[in-house]
Design a binder for this molecule. Sequence first.
Ligand code: HEM
Length: 319
Amino acid sequence: MACESSSVKPAFLLLLCFLLGTASAQLSSTFYSTSCPKALSTIKSGVSSAVSKEARMGASLLRLHFHDCFVNGCDASVLLDDTANFTGEKTAGPNSNSLRGFDVIDTIKSQLESACPGVVSCADLVAVAARDSVVALGGPSWTVPLGRRDSTTASLSAANSNIPAPTLSLSGLISAFSNKGFTAKEMVALSGSHTIGQARCTIFRTHLYNENNINATFATSLKANCPSSGGDNNLSPLDTTSPTSFDNAYFKNLQIQKGLLHSDQELFNGGSTDAQVNTYSSNSATFMTDFANAMVKMGNLSPLTGSSGQIRKNCRKVN
Ligand code: HEM
């Protein structure tokens, strides 16, 4: 609803949102300064050690934050296991057999619980881990506003409907992000996340075999690891040039039809976002700044604050 999707609200709408209890309350970068001064350093070292063991984990942790925030806000709902009362989000189409990093989050959360029991939310942990992951892979840094609390439920159906699919057209991508209050420009900047990480053959097979807007040499090399049938879980990098560096190579690839996903190549396919791709391709600093700002905005989607929700002790379970 409008309370969630618009960051600039007229006064009457602010009042209405407040009365409905969905006003986006203030987060603060100093939220844990006295209650858990080691929170940020604990998360940073946990992320660094995970990323040094496996660089892809940085990508997986970034995606975890996105899939949390786009489903009823950044409330760590994505981390909940299924219970008798609800089916969680882990088995949703976009997440199943795909989303990773839950064990890294568990490890860091147990360190946070030892240092300051019951203080640091799983939702803040995921938001900071996403930032630290981008930094660990050479990308921009930003200050993460904190004070999110954790949900006591999850929504399989919202996960299935709110996370954009790789089969979407440009207009479908624009509207999926506009539904969450983002401009097309912010959508392009956030898509630059695909400068790191991997995707499964099953996700890009149709783009590879049935679409024409893919570089022929690139397609041939992908086919070796992604047959027209079978090998569904075989992985290829989203950024063929530098898959473990957070840089602007993703946009340069799109300009030469080396986008891995159908949805990636939609951003540079003769449509309204071509110019933005050109800008980010030729100006890395602009991409980094716009990306960081859009990440802060994404992290502010409908947080639970005050006495809403809880601080989970175990990110997988409601207390
Ligand atoms: C624009 C719409 C988007 C679509 C359609 C999309 C779709 C996908 C798909 C299908 C995958 C591969 C999943 C698999 O093969 O199992 C993927 C991977 C990934 N996505 Fe997106 N995504 C989008 C936007 C974003 C955004 C906004 C972020 C972060 C802010 C993001 C971060 C990532 C990362 C880092 C990976 C690699 C994960 C890994 O290697 O574990 N994506 N995305």
